[in-house]
Design a protein around this ligand. Structure first.
Ligand code: ARG
Length: 588
């Protein structure tokens, strides 16, 4: 469905043309003076030089041709040459009627359907999820849902970190604690047990312990490196332990992500890409791209015009080990082979930007992607505490995700219990839903690349620019509609009517912007624009609600018009929060 702003632009452009000016001057924008008009066109000012005429004369020429058109309630030329526009209520209503009937409320299908892989989440096996992983999960999930909604073929991949030193550390620590396990017996030839020799809580305790030890105990660190190397080279017992670590961890991760309403299509891992490495390196050597430098095998990726130094991409270190970059390069090879994506989007901490610059460039140089395959890095900023430093627990430790979620849920729970007499059970359930909205909206309402302050009090407030406020608005609509339905007979649809008040028209105008905002947010990978939109929409709804008697309206037709309008508002709000990855409760 054509965007409303384009329909107006079409009309104004035609008037410019009819008046003897170039149609391109007829571009219409949202008004930046909403007190004066709803839309405006500044083309007369731009055309003044070209036509050697005062802008106001051009504006008058154009406005004359627009008078009486039923798209407008008012069109004025204002000095020095603005064209101010107010739409007619019937035109806006008509647009909303069409929007309500249209697929996806008038959001057009993309010109070309892309196959997009979204690489997000990126947790490391056996390490507890901490707040650093939260942003990737939240932002990535939203980007996935937004692109899918528009009609693209989207594949979300968690890309588990399962190949690094953390594996060697765990294996070595386990060996010290339980040296008699068969996994460490080189002469063992039997089958390994099906049951893992540890639980998830043990695993989560083993890793930090081993990691701390490796920092003070040089020989332990050395042994952990050796174990990593052996694992990567296929030592049987280590491979079996790795399998256990994977199984135990993945079960736990799935539970955690599902609590966050985050769902991956693929649970691929770093190690899945390992088989692609030898051929890839061979190819890069044959193409003359990879060469030895100080014992390491590297590819130059700097380009003319770089403003900062881009060091060569290292494929193999001097000790023969491959690196994070090698894995990411091979993962691209794997993804191209398995899914042939037209686009890969990485949602990763922005501190990894240089790594991805190197990987993308190297991949292009080597031709492991097609010329038009898009590789995008969506780098996000740090989530800070109120002190402006990276978010920590009260005693300064790394904040575990589960702890953070529990803290938020508790804060919301207390708020709910303060105001309302509902059962404890319902309050707990509702607190979980609202808590998730508080966390996700708090995160997504900031531009992804910016750092932000995680403020439990602010994020859980039912007022202001917060997730709970959006939910509160939806719940308010649900409750009005419910009461209305209790008092009146069932009806299939309600007829939308032209607005009778300013607040009603403002709400309607805001609704018409849905397809425009969505298109822009998706193109720019910017969920924060959807947040800004629903905050405006919720505000417009609440002003309308405060000024309008809905349930006590005596004119039946008028009342049905109100119900139609608020139902559409509810649908748009719910569609948007679903794209952001959360949902509304029935009551709160
Ligand atoms: N596991 C990595 C980390 O914790 C993030 C992985 C991001 N994705 C990627 N393809 N490198 O830093």
């Amino acid at each position: 469905m054509r965007k409303l702003i384009n329909l107006i632009t079409d009309k104004v452009s035609k008037a410019f043309e009819d008046a003897g000016y170039d149609a391109s001057y007829g571009k219409v924008n949202n008004s930046n003076r909403p007190d004066l008009c709803e839309y405006q066109c500044n083309g007369a000012m731009a055309g003044a030089k070209m036509y050697h005429k005062a802008p106001i004369m051009i504006a008058n020429d154009v406005v004359m041709r627009l008078q009486g058109d039923d798209m407008f309630e008012e069109v004025n030329a204002v000095k020095p040459g603005f064209i101010n526009i107010k739409l007619s209520g019937s035109f806006v209503t008509d647009y909303l009627r069409k929007m309500r009937e249209a697929d996806k409320f008038g959001l057009e299908a993309p010109e070309k359907v892309e196959t997009i892989i979204i690489d997000y989440g990126g947790p490391n096996v056996a390490k507890p999820l901490h707040v650093g992983h939260l942003r990737s999960a939240i932002i990535g999930e939203s980007i996935k849902r937004m692109n899918r909604y528009q009609g693209h073929n989207v594949i979300g991949d968690v890309h588990l970190g399962d190949w690094g030193l953390q594996m060697g550390l765990i294996i070595e620590e386990l060996k010290e604690r339980k040296p008699d396990l068969c996994y460490f017996d080189e002469d063992y030839t039997g089958e390994y047990p099906k049951e893992a020799p540890f639980t998830i809580s043990e695993l989560e305790e083993i890793y930090p312990c081993a990691s701390a030890k490796s920092k003070v105990d040089e020989s332990f660190a050395q042994k952990a490196h050796e174990a990593t190397f052996q694992l990567q080279n296929g030592t049987r017992g280590y491979k079996a332990l790795w399998n256990h670590i994977m199984n135990v961890s993945v079960t736990d991760l799935k539970k955690n992500y599902s609590n966050l309403n985050v769902e991956f299509d693929l649970w691929k891992t770093e190690s899945d890409a390992q088989p692609y490495i030898p051929d890839m390196i061979q190819m890069m050597k044959e193409k003359g791209l990879a060469y030895m430098s100080e014992g390491a095998l590297v590819v130059d990726v700097k380009e003319d015009g770089d403003t900062k130094e881009v060091p060569p991409c290292i494929l193999v270190k001097s000790d023969g080990a491959t690196l994070y970059s090698t894995t990411d390069l091979a993962t691209i090879v794997e993804r191209m082979k398995l899914f042939d994506p037209t686009e890969i989007i990485y949602v990763v901490d922005k501190r990894q930007e240089m790594h991805f610059t190197q990987v993308f460039r190297c991949s292009r140089k080597a031709g492991t992607v097609k010329e038009d395959t898009k590789l995008k890095f969506l780098g996000f900023g740090t989530m800070n505490g109120k002190d402006g430093k990276p978010f920590k627990t009260r005693d300064g430790g790394v904040m575990r995700l589960e702890t953070l979620i529990a803290e938020i849920n508790q804060a919301v729970y207390e708020k709910i219990m303060e105001n309302r007499a509902i059962s404890e059970e319902e309050a707990r359930k509702t607190a979980k839903i609202i808590g998730l909205a508080a966390i996700k909206y708090g995160d997504l309402s900031n531009q992804a690349s910016k750092d932000y302050v995680f403020d439990v009090d602010r994020f859980t407030s039912f007022e202001g620019n917060t997730g709970p406020y959006i939910l509160y608005t939806i719940v308010r609509i649900k409750s009005i509609v419910k009461k209305y339905k209790e008092l009146n007979e069932e009806k299939e649809t309600f007829q939308l009517l032209p607005p009778v008040s300013v607040s009603e028209k403002e709400l309607m105008l805001e609704l018409t912007k849905f397809n425009e905002i969505l298109e822009q947010s998706i193109a720019e990978l910017a969920p924060h624009k959807i947040c800004a939109y629903i905050y405006d929409l919720a505000n417009k709804f609440n002003s309308f609600y405060h000024e309008t008697k809905i349930l006590s309206e005596e004119n039946r037709q008028k009342q049905e018009g109100y119900i139609a309008l608020i139902l559409l508002t509810q649908q748009i709000l719910e569609t948007c929060i679903d794209l952001l990855g959360f949902e509304a409760p029935e009551r709160m």
